[in-house]
Design a binder for this molecule. Sequence first.
Ligand code: SF4
Length: 491
Amino acid sequence: MAHALSKSSFIRGVQCIKSLYLYKYHYKLRDAISASQQALFSRGINVGKIAHDIFPGGVDVTPESVFKYSESVKKTRKLIESGTEVIYEAAFIFNEVLAAVDILVKRDGQWFAYEVKSSTRISDVYRLDASLQYYVIKNAGIELADFLILHLNNHYVRKGKIEPEKLFTAVSLLSECKKNQAMIAEKVHELKKISSLTVAPDIKIGKHCFEPYTCDFMGQCWKNIPPNSVFELAGMSREKQFELFNNGFVKISDVPADYSLEKNQRIQVDATNSGKELIDKTELAKFLLTIKYPLYFFDIETFMPAVPMFEDTSPFQHIPFQYSLHYKNSKTDTLQHTEFLAEAGTDPRKEFITHFLESTKDAACILVYNRTFESSVIARLGNDFPELKSEIEKRLAIMIDLMEPFQKRHYYHPMMKGSHSIKNVLPALFPDFNHKDLAISDGTMAMGAFEQLQTETDIFKIAELRDNLIAYCKLDTLAMVKIFEFLEEIN
Ligand code: SF4
């Protein structure tokens, strides 16, 4: 009972048949997974297990390894024949396509399939995935009364113990699944033919390389795209980028002078072509005039548990657990530093905000990089702790965005590649000052490290993770100090 296609290879093949071919026959050519992506994959707890509590007492037929799915198929068949009414990871094969549904339930003599998703909305991929599963299960002989997605309910607010019935929202996709059956059968037929190919299908790069997922063979198919290509033009739709590319304009320097571009794209093109930075001293001076001392440089880290860990929180709510503050009481004062990193296992919010308010009580100005994010997290704490709201509002009133001069192009360097993110601005200004040597080098990894701390018991590992988090966050605010001093210097 070998299978030619699984749910994931089907989705891959629908995105691009070349990707499916390369995955089957040249697996090693896949792009390496970055540490940040790895942190993302290993994040969070198994939401599926919590959904089991809605349908308790089921038999789990999850195979020991992905190579043993045929055993799960046999077990599922036997359980159905013996009258079992709840099966977790129920597996079926039809037409060499394998599908395992998270929960299969028999109620009043009818079968219902539930697929559990750790997200708060139903994507097009989930709809396609459900249609494929329906195709396999129905044709394997199980008539489904309904096929439902159980996704996380973003209006759920935890009160006491997790209530699975309220945590999830069930949405029927039955009519969509039925409507898609002819298309699924046709796609299965087409994708199974990939097995007989001896060379990779001739598929050109296109929008499909990014939709629905960024393909993991881009290192292969995109290797001849040079640096400073039109695909680096920030804020330009993929359609427009490919329109340029397909008309022979591969590099930014190839873009015709009269080609219609937005203001920031024109700045990017001109700066890339001249290799020179752009400085608007008048606007920069106006920005710098808003800065007052004592001046604080503030950066926070948050994590977003899919299943709320703390009272009065919702799925994927940003929970702040760490901050770094560099500060100077006057322009000539020496730079000082303070920080906060919560202990794992407890709700960090109250301690975080109390510590922050105390540390910034003398601040005249708090510089952040991306005020929208930082201020929304801090403002939410004002709702969580109304007794602190007026103090929190005072801090929000003096929060200034260091990103603004870059976002508004008061300063632009060709190395910023059209972006105003600190990850692009910092290396453009200080090529040797970066996070490369740190064990944690971005916010996703910091999130992953703090989530790991929730269950870590090895005291040495705990100490190492905490040291890594502190080093990372501290470097972020130090980077802000350097960026600010740079702006002062060039003005
Ligand atoms: S990079 Fe693009 S063309 Fe190449 S396999 Fe992936 S999706 Fe297909």
